[in-house]
Design a protein around this ligand. Structure first.
Ligand SMILES: NC(=O)c1ccc[n+]([C@@H]2O[C@H](COP(=O)([O-])OP(=O)(O)OC[C@H]3O[C@@H](n4cnc5c(N)ncnc54)[C@H](O)[C@@H]3O)[C@@H](O)[C@H]2O)c1
Ligand SMILES: O=c1ccn([C@@H]2O[C@H](COP(=O)(O)OP(=O)(O)O[C@H]3O[C@H](CO)[C@@H](O)[C@H](O)[C@H]3O)[C@@H](O)[C@H]2O)c(=O)[nH]1
Length: 445
């Protein structure tokens, strides 16, 4: 099929590239000309494992191209995807200005029947709004279909090529069938719904996952007070198939471009119909507090942070991405500086993006993990990059001024810590050090 994708960000680029890899002809369009120029030079504007290779392969085979012009690609396409951003407005609602603009541009370019697929995450009723905007500007026939996207950054290609399910929200049976045919090579689990339900499935899914994270983080906070270990608790809970083991990793809370904005948007969607989504408001509040547990633990171990040097491992909101949108590091690093600390930071990929969002004279930008730990009074792990997880902690403690480690993602085991002199704080697990003999863990018996 001939496809055009409007918006060449994490979702549009990955979807376009994967559809081309399945044999479709795809044009990825973006109004950001430096981004398109990079792609035309064979460079990739975002970091996503495997993406560069897949772009090179499909451009070389002539199925994938890039453009800043929307007209010709829309005219040549049977299906036009909208994958533009829907960022958060100050009041929490989704900003639909990019959606509206894309809809107007598609309408003006139309030259005959097309299916317009919304992949962006949009509030309930937005696809009807897109239909109205386009309908007012064209006499050509078209259908609007909602196909919300569920990919995760860092595993976006795998998620796109092997989705758990594909949701198709449509008014037209024929349009739904065409979109189902396009997705059938990816999965047999295709669920067709009305458009409003499809829009709601996306927000409800993200809100539920965010709820799981805030739930386990609160359990972790209680575990710390009662002397239980949240990793064992999560393991025990997760074996119950009704609960499931995923998204029960306690830590410093969720970040990223989706959960924070989509939970706020759903609270607003509910509020607009006079429903107070109390549970979700608490999920957001718990998440906001959780990241500052790192600061409390540093204060517990160092007392006054003024004049201390703290190493930070990880700036991206999760591993395997360069995305720092709503990353916990963007609040933790400034908070440390406000308390008077010097901060040495290192991330394998996200340093440049972080620096664009936040820079300060109290930050030392380190070139590797060991350098970020060197001469520090304490070290905090904020993102569980493999590089940190596989580090030799004995080497790290040697380069530090004081062996204090705050692990915001629970990546190190009791056995690893016992081989060191670290005073080790994690989330929902007991503090460990040489003088604090731990009860054995029974996890592997
Ligand atoms: N990032 C994710 O992991 C993810 C996953 C699922 C769903 N989503 C949703 O998908 C949507 C896109 O997210 P993203 O992270 O890919 O955004 P992004 O900010 O990375 O990319 C959006 C792109 O759209 C372009 N754009 C905006 N208006 C345009 C127009 N009129 N014409 C052409 N290009 C235009 C921008 O220049 C930008 O490059 C959002 O609604 C988001 O909530 C994101
Ligand atoms: O047990 C867990 C799982 C995740 N996280 C955190 O939650 C955030 C989000 O992680 P993840 O969901 O893996 O990444 P995203 O790329 O933000 O993907 C989410 O948001 C996307 C955008 O809507 C959806 O498409 C995906 O299905 C949804 O998982 C990150 O900060 C993680 O560190 C935890 O703290 N504990």
């Amino acid at each position: 099929m001939n496809l055009t994708v409007i918006g060449t960000g994490y979702v549009g680029l990955v979807s376009g590239v994967c559809f081309s890899d399945l044999g479709n002809n795809v044009v990825c369009v973006d109004k950001d000309s430096p981004k398109i120029e990079m792609l035309l030079r064979g460079e990739v504007p975002i970091y996503e494992p495997g993406l560069k290779e897949l772009i090179a392969k499909n451009t070389a085979e002539g199925r994938l191209s890039f453009s800043t012009d929307i007209s010709a690609p829309v005219q040549d396409a049977e299906i036009v995807f909208i994958a533009v951003g829907t960022p958060q407005l100050p009041n929490g609602e989704a900003n639909l200005q990019y959606i509206d603009q894309a809809a107007r541009e598609i309408a003006v370019a139309l030259n005959g029947y097309k299916i317009i697929v919304t992949k962006s995450t949009v509030p309930v009723g937005t696809n009807e709004r897109i239909k109205q905007i386009i309908g007012e500007l064209t006499t050509h026939p078209f259908d609007v279909v909602s196909v919300p996207e569920f990919l995760r950054e860092g595993s976006a290609i795998k998620d796109t090529l092997h989705p758990d399910r594909v949701i198709i929200g449509a008014e037209s049976k024929e349009a739904a069938e065409t979109i189902a045919v396009l997705h059938r090579p990816l999965t047999s689990k295709i669920i067709v719904t009305d458009i409003r339900s499809a829009e709601m499935i996306k927000y409800a899914s993200n809100a539920f996952l965010a709820t799981k994270i805030s739930f386990i983080n609160e359990i972790a906070n209680i575990c710390e007070k009662v002397g239980a270990d949240v990793t064992l608790v999560a393991k025990g809970m997760g074996e119950d198939r009704r609960i499931g083991a995923s998204f029960l990793n306690a830590g410093i809370g969720y970040g990223g471009s989706c959960f924070p904005k989509d939970t706020h948007a759903l609270i607003q969607i509910a509020g607009n119909v006079e429903y107070d989504f109390k549970l979700l408001r608490s999920v957001v509040e718990v998440n906001q507090m959780q990241r500052f547990n790192v600061i409390s633990k540093l204060q517990e171990s160092l007392e006054d942070l003024a004049g201390k040097t703290v190493g930070i491992w990880g700036l991206a909101f999760k591993p395997n991405t360069d995305d720092v949108r709503e990353a916990p590091a963007l609040e933790i690093v400034p908070a440390l500086i406000t308390h008077g600390a010097k901060v040495k930071v290192y991330d394998p990929i996200a340093m440049d993006k972080f620096r664009k969002e936040y820079n300060h004279e109290s930050i030392l930008w380190s070139s590797n993990a060991v350098a970020a730990a060197a001469e520090c009074d304490a070290l905090c792990l904020l993102t569980e990059w493999d590089e940190f997880v596989k580090t030799d902690l004995q080497q790290i403690e040697k380069v530090m001024d004081r062996p204090i480690l705050v692990d915001g993602r629970n990546v190190f085991s009791q056995e690893q810590i016992e081989k060191t002199d670290f005073t080790y704080y994690s989330v929902g697990r007991p503090m460990m050090n040489r003088s604090n003999a731990q009860k054995p863990s029974f996890l592997n018996i």
